[in-house]
Structures are given as C-alpha cells and as structure tokens.
Design a protein around this ligand. Structure first.
Ligand code: PHE
Length: 450
C-alpha cells in the first residue's frame, strides 16, 4: 500500500490493481449463483434483456458517480457528503449503505459457506456420490442446508477468513488475491461453457437465455433485473465509492467503470451459458430460486470426465471469488468506523466482524426447521438488492447529478482535463434525468404505489 503523506489511508498501487479490486468486488456469487436463479425465475431472455439495459443506463453511470464521490472526497460513504459540502441530511444516506452492506454480508457469507462445503466435498471425492442419495443432488442440498449446524460453522469460517484478509490492509489483502484469481476464474468458466454447449439440451438452454418472450416482462421481473444489476455491480451502497476513496489521481474513472460493467456482465452471461443447457438437459426446474445452481453444478460435474478435479477447481475459485466480494462489503462499515467514528482499524474490523457474524448466523439458520416468522436469508437478500441498493443508487444519482459542483464532476471524470473522449455530458444527463426517475418509477410500480 502506498501511503499518502497527508493521511494514513492506503492507496491502490497500480491501475491493474484498481481493476482487479473493483472487478473482484463485482464478480462473485452475484454472477454465478444469483444471476442464474434470478434469470431462471424471471423468464430467461426477458430478464437478461432488462438486466443488460439496466447495466448500461443505470449501472455504469452510478459506478461513475460513486467513483467521482469517493475519489473527490477520499473518505467513507457517510463522511464524503460532509466533505464535499452537502446540504444537511445527505450524510445520513451513508447509513443506508452501511445497513445494506451488513445485510448483504450476512446472507452472502452463508452462500459462500455452501461453496466451501462443496469444495470440501469435492476434495474428499464424495461430491459426485451425493447424487446417489434419494432425490439426487437437489435433495442432498436441501438436507445439507436444513442441517443448520454445518452451515453455521461454514459461515463463521467464511467471515473469519474475510476479516483476517481485511486486517492485512487495502492493498496486500485485496489486490493480491484479486489479481491472481479473477483471470483464472474466467478461463475456467469458458471451459465449463464449452462443456455445456455440447450437452443435448444446449439449444433449449440457449434459446431460454437469449430468445426473449416479451410477455414474461412484468414489474416484478423489471424490479428483479434492476436489483440484480445493482447487486452484481456492487453499487448503491457505497462499495465502489469506498474503493474509489483509495484511488490515486491518475486513475481513469470512466474507463474503470466501463471495464467493470462489461467484465461483470460477461461473467454473468457465461454463468448462464454454463447453467441453462444443463438445466434443460437434466430436467431441473429453472424457477426454483436460490438452490438452483447448487443442484446444477454437481449434476454437471457428475457427467464430466474427471468431474471431481473440475469440481475442485470450480468450487475453489467460486469460494475465492466470493471472498473478494465479501472483502469489499466489509470495507464499507470498516471505513465508516475508522473515518467517521475515529476507531483504529483493528477495532473497526472487530466490530464489523461481530455485526456480520450475528447477521450471518441468523441467515444460516433460516433454512432449518426453526419456527421463525420470517426467513431472514430471503428477507435480507431481497430487501437489500431490490429496495436498499436502488434507493441508494437513486440518492447517489441525485446528489452527483444535481447537487455536486459541476466542476468537480468534470474534473474527476477527465482528471483535470487530461483525459479526452469521456462522455461527461451523457453521464451527467443520465445521472440527472434518467436514473432517478427510472428507479423511482420501478420501485413505486413494483410495490403497487402507482
Ligand atoms: N457484486 C457482488 C457479487 O456479484 C456482491 C456485492 C454486492 C459485493 C454489494 C459488494 C457489495 O457477487
């Protein structure tokens, strides 16, 4: 980490490090676990179409907005509004981000725990034989998630690993892990896609994913696609903002935002190309929700030559990809505790860990037979992505488009006029006039307000 003489905050050392960290945050279970099941429930191609539209029209502008605010203020989500001279009330918006980040890390670490368990099963050579149990892979997974005890342990392991990495500081922990793992995950996904394309159900899978049936587009599907776009890009909660507060002045904000958006969407589409041919080949229900891919993955591996080896590589990378995302989620509350509350970094990590642990255990137990009035896993998952992140994105757009000094906006995007060809006017237009009303209308329509 290079130290800035003026402050004790760390900085990402290189441009490649920035891309690796932001892509590392964006690419994770959101692409490989959440996208396929959301897409499956949202009617396939109809969902994908809305999703891509949201990435382009809302996602990339909002990443740019978060980058602008973060780098201009060099501080956390809460304090940045104070530092950029906002009207009263804005800093409280930072709290949405902190609440959302803690909700997300809670259920996310449970899913990461599933990936770790499947890595353990693959390493012990037993993954494929779980399909022989009555009801096959799907039933095995349901029994596992219902067991409670094992999942709680994995959730704790994931969180402990995460916070151990985070304690290592910004660059050491985050940059190094992301730079090595992300390209490898990409290569593995491409190989898995080729494998899926040779399955008998490939044509059906591809037409489900790419041939839209417009009658499937409902307000709920639109809301789901918007929520997924925010979740997958890690925006609306100040995650990219916090990362950008560690950017140097030479970082190119628009280019980094566009690269992150394109890579993240490509990984989601690759995951779809890997999953849906298998879904149609083996008669698995695409609409079953969060359990979908944990039934599909083992099914795929059980049919591949050398399946166990592929499974080991795949779950290893999935586990790591999820860690590069949890690292970025925890950084939001940590930066807040350090920058706003004046805590030492170690203390901030411990506090964030304790909060995440409490949420994680509650989510981990949501699949057991405990008689709770709500399923916290589903609640945290849906409320954060479909409500909190879009509201955060809306407020970020309004602030950056309407309240932030236009000069700061332009200077940040063009690095004080040094960069040419950045669509500054278009981005500002989208942030001012497209993002806020679009998000507001979708939220209002889907909760039945209009
Ligand atoms: N974007 C991450 C993923 O797709 C999840 C995430 C959400 C990370 C919000 C940080 C903040 O897996």
């Amino acid at each position: 980490m290079s130290e800035n003489p003026k402050s004790s905050r760390g900085y990402f050392a290189t441009k490649a490090g920035i891309i690796a960290a932001t892509v590392g945050s964006a690419v994770g279970l959101g692409n490989i676990w959440r996208f396929p099941y959301e897409c499956g429930q949202g009617g396939g191609a109809a969902f994908l179409l809305c999703y891509i539209g949201f990435i382009a029209l809302l996602g990339i502008p909002v990443i740019c907005a978060e980058f602008i605010l973060g780098r201009a203020a060099h501080t956390d989500f809460f304090s940045c509004f104070e530092r950029l001279g906002s009207r009263r009330g804005w800093p409280w918006m930072g709290l949405i981000g902190i609440v959302a980040s803690l909700m997300i890390i809670s259920f996310y670490s449970v899913v990461a725990g599933w990936a770790f368990e499947y890595l353990r099963l693959s390493l012990s050579g037993n993954l494929i034989s779980t399909g022989n149990s009555q009801g096959g892979f799907g039933a095995y997974f349901a029994t596992f998630t219902g067991s409670g005890y094992a999942i709680v342990i994995w959730t704790v392991v994931v969180l402990a690993l995460n916070y151990a990495m985070v304690l290592g500081g910004v660059r050491k922990g985050i940059e190094r892990a992301s730079t090595i793992m992300m390209p490898l995950l990409g290569v593995l996904l491409v190989i898995m896609c080729i494998n899926s394309l040779m399955m008998p159900g490939a044509a059906d899978g591809l037409s489900f994913l790419f041939k839209p049936d417009f009658s499937k587009i409902t307000w709920n599907v639109i809301l789901g696609a918007m929520g997924q776009a925010f979740f997958s890009l890690s925006i609306g909660l100040g995650c990219m903002l916090t990362y950008a507060s560690y950017f140097k002045d030479s970082a190119e904000l628009f280019r980094s935002a566009a690269t992150t958006g394109i890579l993240d969407t490509s990984v989601a589409i690759l995951a779809g190309v890997m999953i849906f041919p298998a879904v149609f080949t083996y008669g698995i229900a695409p609409t079953q929700g969060p359990t979908l891919v944990f039934e599909v993955f083992p099914t795929i591996f059980s049919k591949m030559a050398g399946g166990t080896i592929w499974a080991i590589m795949f779950f290893f990378m999935l586990a790591l990809a999820s860690l590069t995302s949890t690292i970025s989620m925890s950084e939001i509350s940590i930066a807040f505790f350090v920058d706003k509350c004046g805590m030492r970094r170690r203390m901030a990590c411990i506090l964030s860990f304790v909060l995440a642990l409490a949420g994680g255990v509650i989510c981990a137990l949501s699949f057991t037979h405990l008689d709770w009035p709500v399923n916290f896993f589903n609640l945290f998952n849906n409320v954060s992505s479909n409500i909190l992140l879009p509201i955060g994105g809306l407020l970020i757009s309004v602030y950056t488009g309407h309240i932030l000094n236009k000069k700061i906006f332009t200077e940040q995007l063009t690095n004080n006029g040094k960069l040419h060809g950045v669509p500054v006017g278009l981005l500002r237009f989208l942030l001012r006039w497209i993002c806020p009303p679009a998000i507001a209308i979708i939220l209002a329509m889907s909760i039945g307000l209009i």
